[in-house]
Design a protein around this ligand. Sequence first.
Ligand SMILES: [Zn+2]
Length: 461
Amino acid sequence: MPEELDWSLSDKHWFIEEVLLCTLNKQVRHFTGTGNTPMMYPLQPVIEEVERIADEDHDIRTVRMCQGLLRAIDSRREDKYVAYRKGLGVVCNKEGGFGDEDFIVEFLGEVYPTWRWFEKQDGIRSLQKNSKDPAPEFYNIYLERPKGDADGYDLVVVDAMHKANYASRICHSCRPNCEAKVTAVDGQYQIGIYSVRKIQFGEEITFDYNSVTESKEEYEASVCLCGSQICRGSYLNLTGEGAFQKVLKEWHGILDRYQLMVEACETNTVSEEDYYDLGRAGLGSCLLGGLPDWLVAYSARLVRFINFERTKLPQEILKHNLAEKRKYFLDINLELEKSDAEVQAEGVYNQRLQNLAITLDKVRYVMRCVFNDPKKAPPPLERLSPEEAVSFLWSGEGSLVEELLDCIAPHLDGRTLNELKSKIHEHDPSGSDDLQRVLKTSILWSGTLLFPQFSPHFSRS
Ligand SMILES: [Zn+2]
């Protein structure tokens, strides 16, 4: 390789990203708005322009790089050298560019409460069930009421699919030059795109979408083409797999979840501690106002689990990431990995709170439909007395045992069925002096009978 082309890899990256692409974007700028912008463009005039500007700036090193490139192109005339424009996003078309922390544009779109947004998505999906090429639900962004707001956290969806400005067409980059920020203007929240460093004329405008998904499929399909040296490979972050689920799976199984719900339904009051923990997580009147007490109490219990998960998760993620990296790398910077795991755990924490907010919004809507006033929605679970439990499971009209026997009856001959019936009724706790204890033994017995493979789990109940 000629000496003038022998630059370090990062210098070459810089040359392509900051110099070549910007010049190319400036050259094709007269196509703006015509819809005919070519994706491919001859490379030679771009490099000639770079050389001209570098020459004016007395940048000898870049001039020599350009001369080397032009000589290389010239030596192989039969090859067509073309440059590809990167993406179909938004390019800074302002002479002089933008400074650091400049306001670029407001993100506009149609605003939906989250329940309405998901209802719409479900509708679209059911209409497109058999379509191999479903319409993208891509041009939307969450507008989040900051956790520090006096009324607490909440969110709405801003959909820029149909009614929008160019902000929704700004591409993602893993090394962005802008960020999307929520600001309050005249007492109203809005999303603004602000620069995070200087942006030159011709440079593509980008921000980090900062989106997460729980679907591995979606994650793998979201290939990032930002081309930056620190590209993460996907413009989404995955939180639904492996290490991210570890604490949830281990400490928040179906029995744990029911236990929290039963507890909340039984107390059906919100304690001071509940309000304190909800408030610390940023959940306040905006999200919880008008909800029945059992639901607020349940939310507080979920928040306590989310806090607990936040303390455990960094270790789990670190363990997982180290095991993955050791397969490919010898040199691992433990401090860096630790801080990465912290950042990822924080992402999961925020995701959980966001999911809770979205779910509460949907639940509030359903309650409004069913009970008019959500506050009037009764607790969905109540604890049965031992007598009621026996009646429900064993002896009452349409009890569980009776129903199961009815289901199995057509598959057995009369004798076997009668034997089975009498064997089962031996365990019927009705009439016992110590109903609670006998009921427990009978449930454990039926558990091992019906689900022998799961029997160890019943020991937890
Ligand atoms: Zn990237």
